[in-house]
Ligand binder design. Structure first.
Ligand code: CTP
Length: 403
């Protein structure tokens, strides 16, 4: 009963994926949630209020000016009485309206009036999902603190087209809801933790870039573990092939400089964990045109150093109470890790030997280097490293005595 007595307001939006809303109600209720359904006018074209109400075991809300409910300002009451609002499916139009603050129907008014966390499950045609207008809405809504689950890659129900835009499955939405609602209850309740993950891509020209083998698995797993312990987590991720972790607000960047800007914009935080394999160098210049082969032989790439994100934050004026870095080494692991601890202003360095299959692999053998000494952990799956590290962070934060 992971959602026992949680009051979830489920706004079913228009779109073919609305049918998944029926299964979602069932899954949420199985876990103990009390689900109050709201249907937009368009949702009614895809599923009937009768089946929604039967599955939820309660009244279904629909129109903004329902004479009975509006007497006591129904949308405000609905919005205020929820622990979590889920909007599934969220269409491009709905996201655009929300980003602009338009609440011209019951669903829109609730989404504006609520103070509860809001989780969106976008579903739309891949062309609409990648449209710059949708990208803008997405960024605005993320900045406003809304959470997202999906969309996934796959075949679209209506057109058979394949691409990103398919709504997350009901169980994925449930997992995201569980992660969000765990916030406020675990040992990291009330804490904001920042995590960087993945590689960065540094353009050489418009078609080529410098990258590394980081998959983002370890960083993403840490972000998910921290969220499960109740933290509000901001994940700044370089280009990875992984889904955003459930219940984590994820910001996508490409280059080291973009990663630093996103990290600085996300401060203040109680703790920060720098897992990203940031490229140390980028090419000089603006890389605006493709380098042609020409006749002069291979071009000489002139490299300049990227900002060190960990050091900038670890030695900066807005330093979180706890700063954790990673040290990927192929030799002299402990000496290098200890030096990084000092140089970068970290409290803890998680050192791993990457001479084997760690980069991109499933497992990791780490040592924790702090000013108190070294702690060795056995080889274990990255998910387990993440869970143990999240618990360790909770303990260390409690010890710092910061409220
Ligand atoms: N890091 C960072 N920004 C950079 C480089 C590294 O935030 N530009 C962070 C990484 O996220 C990691 C730590 O610094 O937490 C150590 O990264 P690593 O690549 O091992 O260290 P470097 O500083 O690059 O040192 P070296 O290349 O000499 O090993």
């Amino acid at each position: 009963m992971t959602l026992a007595d949680k009051r979830i307001l489920l706004v079913i939006g228009g779109g073919i994926a609305a049918y998944k809303g029926l299964d979602l109600i069932r899954r949420l209720r199985e876990r103990g949630a009390k689900v109050t359904p709201v249907m937009t006018r368009a949702a009614g074209e895809f599923v009937t209020p009768l089946s929604v109400g039967a599955l939820a075991g309660t009244k279904v809300y629909g129109e903004l000016f329902d004479r009975d409910d509006e007497q006591d300002v129904g949308h405000i009451r609905l919005a205020r009485g929820a622990d979590l609002v889920i909007l599934a499916p969220a269409s491009a139009t709905r996201m655009g309206k929300m980003a602009a603050g338009i609440g011209d129907d019951l669903a829109g008014a609730i989404l504006l009036a609520t103070r509860a966390p809001v989780l969106l499950a976008p579903a739309m045609n891949p062309a609409m999902w990648t449209h710059p207008a949708t990208r803008r809405s997405l960024e605005t809504l993320r900045r406003d603190g809304l959470r997202f689950v999906g969309p996934n890659r796959g075949e679209m129900a209506e057109s058979g087209e394949s691409g990103e835009g398919r709504m997350a499955e009901p169980l994925e939405i449930v997992a995201a809801a569980e992660a969000i609602l765990a916030t406020g209850t675990g040992p990291l309740a009330g804490r904001h933790v920042l995590v960087t993950s993945g590689p960065t891509h540094e353009p050489i020209d418009p078609v080529r870039y410098i990258a590394n083998r980081s998959s983002g698995r370890q960083g993403h797993a840490i972000a998910a573990s921290l969220a499960r312990l109740g933290a509000r987590v901001t994940l700044v991720s370089g280009p990875v092939a992984l889904a955003d972790p459930p219940g984590v607000s994820t910001i996508h960047v490409e280059t080291a400089r973009e990663m630093l800007a996103a990290v600085e914009a996300a401060l203040p935080a109680d703790a920060a964990v720098f897992v990203a394999a940031v490229a140390d160098w980028r090419t000089e210049g603006d890389a605006a045109h493709k380098i042609k082969k020409g006749t002069e032989g291979p071009p000489a790439l002139s490299l300049v150093e990227n900002p060190d994100i960990l050091r900038t934050v670890g030695t900066g004026s807005r330093r979180p109470a706890l700063v954790v870095g990673f040290a990927a080494e192929t030799r002299d692991l402990l000496e290098n890790a200890a030096a990084k601890l000092e140089r970068k202003g970290a409290d803890l360095i998680v050192a791993n030997d990457v001479s084997g299959d760690v980069m991109g692999g499933e497992a990791n053998t780490v040592r924790l280097v702090s000013r108190d000494g070294v702690e060795e952990w056995p080889r274990m799956p990255k998910g387990e490293v993440a869970d143990r590290l999240a618990l360790d962070i909770a303990r260390r934060l409690a010890e710092t005595g910061t409220p």
